[in-house]
Design a protein around this ligand. Sequence first.
Ligand code: CTP
Length: 429
Amino acid sequence: MLQGRSILLIVGGGIAAYKSAELVRLISKSGGAVRVLLTKAAREFVTPLTLASLSGEKVYEDLFSLTDETEMGHIELSRSADLVVVAPATADLMAKAANGLANDLASTTLLATDKRVLMAPAMNVRMWLHPATQRNLSTLRRDGTAIVGPNEGDMACGEFGPGRMAEPVEILAAISGLLGGKGIPMPAPAPIPELSGPHGVTASGALTGKHVLITAGPTHEPIDPVRYIANRSSGKQGYALAEAARDAGARVTLVSGPVTLPPPPGVTLVRVETAREMDEAVEAALPADIAIFAAAVADWRTKAEAGQKLKKDGKAIPPLELTENPDILARVSRHPALRPRLVVGFAAETEKVVDHAIAKKARKGCDVIVANDVSQESGIAGGVMGSDRNRVHLIGPEGTETLPEMSKSEVAAALVARFAALFDRLAGK
Ligand code: CTP
C-alpha cells in the first residue's frame, strides 16, 4: 500500500507517544519507509532504541547534534520524505508550527519542509478545546496541514472528551489517503460540537484521507488568438468548496478555468482554459473519493479556431460555427472504472430551478445536484454570479433540502458537511 513511499514521523512528547511504535510497525508492514524524529519530551515516553529497531533507521533527536548535521542536515531531513507525520501532535508542537517557531529540531523541520504535513493531535480535552489551540488548528488547516482525530473517549488524565490521539490504523489510513493510495476504511472521527456552526458546519477531520476533486470557474473557448466565448462564472463557489473540503481534512485537487481568485493554500490547483483541457485534467486527477463539478463549462466551442485574428475586411460577417463540448460531469458519473463514490453536479438555472435540476440529475447520472437561481430575480443583490452570497437547493438521493441565503464560504462548509455524511452512508458506514 505504501510501497516506495517514505514518511518522516515526528513524535511529540505526550502519553500517546507510546503508540508511535505501533504506527512505525504498521507503516513498515505496508511497505513504507519511516524515519523518526523524537522531541526531547517524547524521549520520556518512548526510547529511541525502540523506534530505531522498528524503523531500521537512525532516530533523529537534537537540532544541535553535530553528527546529525553532518549525516543529514535538518533542511535535508525535512525534505527527505513524501509526507511528514506528527503523532502525537502536542498542543506545544501545534502552536509552534502554526506560528512558525523554529527552536528545536521538530519545529525547524516543520518550518523547513516542502512536503504535506499530517498531524494527529493528542492532548487533554481542555487544552484541545482552548481557543488558542482551536485558533492554531484553523491556522494549520489554512496552511494546508491535514489533521486526523483526535478521538473522543476516556483520557489518561481521568477526563472525558475529544483529545485522544487517533489510533495508529486510522493514522495509517490517513497517510495512505494523502499519498494517493487506495485508502482503507477508517472510522469517522468524533465530531467536535464546539466547531460546528449553525448549519452543521464541517466536523473536524470529516474528510481526512479522502481525495476530493473539484472543478470551478468558467471555460474560455477560443474563436481566434484574441477572442473567446466565455460566461460570467467567477469561480468563487468552487474555490470556497475547495477550502471547505481542505478544512475537513481532504486532499483536494481543484481544476480551475480562468478566474482572478488567488490559489487556495494547501490545495493542488490545476489551471485550464477550455472545456477539453478541463476534461483531460479531471481524467488525470482520478481516482477520487468525491468529485464536485462546480465549473460553468461552456456547452459549445467553435468548430475550428481561426489561426489568425479574424479581420473586418468589408466582406460578410464571419459565421460562428459551433460544436458540442464533452460533458465532463456526465462522463465521470458513468465512468466505467473510476467513478468516484460520490459525484456532485451543479445546476445554474434561471427558471423552474428545482424541476430543471431534478431532470438534470437524472440526465447526468450524478448522486447529488446543487441547484441555484442565477436569474436577476434570485433575490440576491446583483445576481448570484460574481456575488459573495448564494442560496442553494440540495437535491440528493434522500430528497431536496433548501439552504438559507449565506455567504459562499458558509454554503461551502454546509455542503461539505452534507457530502461527508452522504459519502459515509454510501460507503455503508
Ligand atoms: N458540466 C460539465 N461539462 C459540461 C457541461 C456541464 O461537467 N460540458 C457540469 C457542470 O459543471 C455542472 C453540471 O454539469 O455541474 C450542469 O451544468 P449546466 O451548464 O447547468 O448543465 P447543462 O448540461 O449545460 O444544461 P443546460 O441545458 O441547462 O445548459
